[in-house]
Design a protein around this ligand. Structure first.
Ligand SMILES: *Cc1c(COP(=O)(O)O)cnc(C)c1O
Length: 369
């Protein structure tokens, strides 16, 4: 370490010094040809772009995008805040509603990693609860465990397990936590099971917040666009915290096209195809001795426990990139995003090439980590 960097390090707040580098699906330097590790859509869009007025600052909240997203979610425009991905929505909620070194957020593990990363970077404590409690526990037990946490993150469907929290449970939790906590329903994958959306609760509950994104079913992960949906009274303080011009005019123009009525119809058609490709993948996995447990919930991904951790490496050698996970303390889980038919064919080729643990000499065993 150079002197300069040593000095800079000594300036860091303790919570920042303690951070581990966040490893997103894309930050890992992997090489491959088939990318099924970030729950992206295989459908690339053709968009039209006319860029004329970049000398001016953009509309802080582009009206056409807000109005179209409100129409899509059957809410009023005042209930919609556009952000740089749903990730910025998570960050804004923590920054706006949590007091560093005092407040906590509740989350149900295993779940999406950004809730913890955001809390850690803002010196906000984590109340680590479990998916098992969320799914099997009573509302009383859940609310008791939430305690005084200010924000309760319910990822629905949950990444990476795919499990669903029934809407009436979300509603009962929100009822019990009225005036005590915000219940944040992360619906990044809701387009794959739209009937499960909690957006209809927003008019009734002042403490329900829904997070949305264009990164998954809308096939625009590269655009960085998400939405925070809530009653105006919840959004008003966030509007004071958000950067003055968070959304570039270029992004706004693309987002508006992506959520025009005909584009929504085409997104729904793609979702139907991806859901049926997922059913096919689940069949293959069920028939394969390589998969010990398969979590078949909702969303454009399947998470499974491998019979042998080295199968992941075999896939990488074939250029097939999926997301390895440590779940339930076991490091042999894998999440496969639902790609195109051709991409899933690569998964099939990989599966067919694997031998069962009983018959493999070269691959079996734990000696290779
Ligand atoms: C992908 C994902 C997000 C992030 O969405 P962006 O809009 O790309 O920031 C948020 N929540 C969950 C559960 C996700 O899987």
């Amino acid at each position: 370490m150079s002197n300069e960097s040593a000095q800079a390090t000594s300036l860091l707040p303790q919570n920042i010094a303690a951070l581990a580098a966040y490893s997103s699906a894309k930050s890992e330097k992997l090489t491959g040809t088939t990318w099924l590790n970030a729950n992206e859509s295989p459908y690339a869009k053709n968009l039209e772009l006319s860029i004329e007025d970049l000398n001016r600052y953009p509309d802080p909240q582009p009206q056409l995008v807000i109005d179209r997203y409100a129409a899509y979610t059957e809410l009023e425009s005042e209930n919609v805040l556009m952000t740089r991905g749903a990730d910025e929505g998570i960050e804004l909620l923590v920054r706006t509603y949590c007091e560093p070194a005092k407040d906590s957020i509740a989350l149900f593990l295993p779940t999406y990693g950004m809730y913890k990363v955001t809390a850690d970077t803002h010196n906000v404590a984590i109340n680590s609860l479990t998916q098992a409690l969320l799914i099997d526990g009573s509302v009383d037990e859940i609310v008791k465990a939430v305690g005084s946490s200010k924000l309760v993150f319910i990822c629905n469907p949950n990444n990476p397990t795919g499990s669903l929290t029934p809407l009436n449970k979300v509603k009962a939790i929100a009822t019990a936590l009225t005036g005590k906590a915000l219940v944040i329903v992360d619906e990044a994958y809701i387009e794959f099971c739209p009937e499960q959306s909690a957006t209809a609760l927003i008019n009734e509950f002042g403490n329900v917040v829904v997070l949305r994104t264009l990164s998954k079913a809308f096939a625009l992960a590269g655009l960085r666009t998400g939405f925070t949906l809530a009653q105006q009274s919840v959004l008003a303080p966030i509007r004071k915290v958000i950067a003055p011009y968070p959304v570039s005019g270029v992004v706004a123009s693309i987002a508006a096209q992506a959520i025009a009525p005909d584009a929504i119809t085409s997104m729904r058609r793609q979702v139907t195809i991806l859901n049926s490709l997922k059913a096919k993948l689940v069949q293959w996995l069920n028939a394969s001795p390589a998969a010990l447990k398969i979590l078949t919930g909702e969303g454009n991904f399947v998470t499974l426990k491998l019979a042998n951790k080295n199968y992941f490496k075999v896939a990488l050698e074939q250029g097939l990139v999926m997301r390895a996970f440590t779940l339930y303390g076991e490091d042999d889980w894998l999440r496969i995003s639902i790609g195109s038919e051709q991409e899933l064919e690569q998964v099939k080729i990989w599966l067919d090439g694997l031998q069962t643990p009983a018959t493999t000499a070269p691959l079996a065993g734990n000696e290779v980590s």
